[in-house]
Design a protein around this ligand. Sequence first.
Ligand SMILES: C[S@@+](CC[C@H](N)C(=O)[O-])C[C@H]1O[C@@H](n2cnc3c(N)ncnc32)[C@H](O)[C@@H]1O
Length: 227
Amino acid sequence: MGFTLDKVVPWGRSYDEYVNMFDLSEDDLRLHIIGCGDGPSGFNAELTIRGGNVISVDPIYAFDAAQIRSRISDTYETVIAQLRKNKSDYVWDVISSPEDLGRIRMSAMDIFVSDFETGKGEGRYIAGELPSLPFESGKFDIALSSHFLFLYSAHLSVEFHLQSIQEMLRVAHEVRVFPLLTLDGKPSPYLDTITRHFTAQGFIVESKRVPYEFQRGGNKMFLIKHV
Ligand SMILES: C[S@@+](CC[C@H](N)C(=O)[O-])C[C@H]1O[C@@H](n2cnc3c(N)ncnc32)[C@H](O)[C@@H]1O
C-alpha cells in the first residue's frame, strides 16, 4: 500500500459526536454498521462495548497501535494551534475551547488505541481504502463516512466520490456522509453532481439537518438510500 502515516493527521471524534453527526437513533445503533475512514475515532470501541455491531475500514489500520499513538502525539500541538488560529470558523458551545476539544478528542483516541489490537483480532478494524471495500454486497445496514468524503473535495475528485459512494451503497442499504462542507467551510462543489447521479439511479437522496455543529455551518448530513 502506498499509504504513509506521516501524511496523515490522525484525529478521531468521539462516540457521542458520531451519534449526533449521523443522527443515529437507538434502533440505528442496533444495526450492522460500517465506518469508512474511521481512523482513531472512539466510535467502534464504544459501540462495541454497548453491544453494537460495527466494522471500521481505514488505511491507518495497517499500522500498529504504538505507531498510531506516536503519530497522534506528534500532530496534536499543530492541530490545536490551527484551531486557536482559526477559532471563529468553529462553534464553541458544546465544545467550549480548543483545549476542551483537545481533551475530548484525546479521550476518544485513547479509547480507540486501547481497543485497537483486540478489535483488529476480532475483525472490527480492517486496513483498506475507498473506493473499494473488501465485503460482500448487502453485508451492512448503514455505511458512514465522517470527515473524509466532501471534506477533502479539493484533494479527491468527483469520480472518487461517485465510486466511493457507489461502493458504500453496494455493501450497505444506506449511506450517511458528514459534513457536506470542505476544509475551508464551503459546501462541497460535488453535492449537485452526486445528488443528480444517485437520484437518476433511483436512490433516495437527501440532505438532513442533524443535532451537531462544530465547523461553522456544518450541521447537515448527506443521506442516500436504496428504495
Ligand atoms: C479526518 S480523519 C476522520 C477520522 C474519523 N472519521 C473522525 O471523524 O473522527 C480522515 C480519515 O480518512 C482516512 N482515509 C484516508 N484515505 C482513505 C481512503 N481512501 N479510504 C478510507 N479512509 C481513508 C484517514 O486515514 C483518516 O483516518
